[in-house]
Design a protein around this ligand. Structure first.
Ligand code: ADP
Length: 184
């Protein structure tokens, strides 16, 4: 059983890596960004609430995010493990994740940091051109990563695995898998 979290700045390639890694490890990929975008697409009340924040690069309030994750983790496929992508994004969310797992006498196995320099990620995001990828919003998301999310690296220092996120997709995935093997 494998319970993993992927951390890295917006544009580090978490989503891309998560797809490969979840396949290779046989665990579901749970992306809060994807969950929010599905809600926005279906115009649910949660989606309407989340959209305002997403469009400006702000974090969606924890109360909304945490409930959505709690529900997702209670689904049967997550019992065999999971790869979380985009959650937790601050230490409050990390505490909630810890509580959700502790209620089932579980814990995280590892937190994988994809390390990519800021100028590299900003260029990748400008090239990607998603709806929320204009320059101002990209800069705001980077700022929020530094102030809100980067403290998680300290929070999870005991189980942190840092991997160089620059390179071909397969190459980076191979690095992560190797680091996980060494870790266990
Ligand atoms: P990126 O990796 O480019 O930041 P994501 O797809 O992970 O993009 O997230 C897109 C947006 O969804 C974020 O900018 C934020 O508004 C919202 N979001 C995603 N995950 C969370 C979270 N854990 N807490 C709060 N907001 C979130």
């Amino acid at each position: 059983m494998t319970r993993l979290v992927l951390v890295g700045p917006p544009g580090a390639g978490k989503g891309t890596q998560a797809i490969t890694l979840s396949e290779r490890l046989g665990i579901p990929h749970i992306s809060t960004g994807d969950l929010f975008r599905a809600h926005v697409g279906e115009q649910t009340p949660l989606g309407q609430e989340a959209k305002r924040y997403m469009d400006s690069g702000e974090l969606v309030p924890d109360s909304v995010t945490n409930e959505m994750v709690r529900e997702r983790l209670s689904e049967p496929d997550a019992k065999s493990g999971f790869l979380l992508d985009g959650f937790p994004r601050n230490t409050k969310q990390a505490e909630v994740l810890g509580q959700i797992l502790a209620e089932n006498e579980l814990g995280l196995d590892a937190v994988i940091q994809l390390k990519v320099a800021e100028d590299v990620v900003v260029n990748r995001l400008l090239a990607r051109g998603r709806a929320d990828d204009n320059e101002e919003v990209i800069r705001r998301r980077q700022q929020i990563y530094m102030s809100e999310t980067a403290p998680l690296l300290e929070y999870y220092a005991d189980i942190l695995i840092t991997v160089d996120g620059v390179g071909e997709v397969d190459e980076v995935a191979a690095r992560v898998l190797e680091a996980l093997r060494d870790h266990s």
